[in-house]
Design a protein around this ligand. Sequence first.
Ligand code: FE2
Length: 395
Amino acid sequence: MLQTDPPPSRRDPEQRWPWWPLLPLYPYGRRRTLVRELVPEQVWSFEQLQGVFYVAVPIRMTVVRLRQGLLLYAPLPATGELLAALRELEQRFGPVCSVVLPTASGLEHKLPTPALARAFPAATVWVSPGQWSFPLRLPASWLGFPPARTRVLFEQGLPHSEELAWRGLGPLNLGLGTFMEVACLHRATGTLLVTDALVGIAAEPPALFEADPTPLLFHARDRGDQPLSDSPESRRRGWQRLVLFASYLRPARLQVPGWGEVLAQALAPGLRNRRSYFGLYPFRWRDDWQDEFRTLVPGEQPVPQVAPVLERLVFPRCRSALVAWIRDLSTLEEVRWLVPAHYEAPLACSPAALSALADGLEHRAWAPDAGSWSTLARIDQTLLRFGLVPRQPQG
Ligand SMILES: [Fe+2]
């Protein structure tokens, strides 16, 4: 196949995005990659932290070993550390042969794809149907996808179909664009890869924070003039609060003090530095804040669930499509593990567990407006009022 890609740059691809420094995206261009072997010599999890300010949660690319080589599902920014780890796997198990962007709307997965594709010029790039860009609808090649070797899943075939099963959720009309996600089952190991629709959240912080627990320690405090002190309990408290931020944007048990109080507590000794945001801490948690986390994450072990942001902003009026997709996944008899692109993995899973999850989602209250959900509900209702999202996304 004739390759028309530009030569890969020697600079870190993250540094080539000119707008990158303008956004408060933690960890500010110093991202580390944690590599974990999920199934011995078959499936690997590559994890980085991604978020805004100190609200950062793990984002994952999964690597699957196939007969032809390695498949990368849900790309991550191609940092030097990530590429070095992939080169090591290539030496042991064969070349990267497929790069899969399994979502039409997940920018955090879409933006890193072109740079990762350039790093593996012999790989075929497979993308979910329904790709779009905002504010301008640009062709994929203008967004950096290599035109000579980019294929659309389902529309132009399915890669490695003798070893993998593919199942699409969508397309759903989000108004500004399309939601679509493509799940992939590696039959030999029973590993089911999903992107955003399902996650599993643990009560303890993920291992990624061991290198730098600062975000956890920042959120573990009760006042801006408290120092960032490290202990297992601080890390756990900070993680659970961070999860509430990431899940509900503004948790119900969180109060925002006035700027007078915030500024009075700022710049305390030991906190006059960027790491502590100079003591600026505009949060006051109610004493019962942990009840809110326990409602979201009832057990110590993570189980598959729908992230509240997705439930209230993507699926509020199309629960049936999500439930039908999970029921479709439950017909895949080999499923043993679920590996989402965020939070914990792998999660123990089975066809019966997926079927029970679909039943539970079908019969419980859906995308409520009150309590923890009120900020998400306000955003959705505002978008509806201005006609930016449709009332019938499946129509
Ligand atoms: Fe995502």
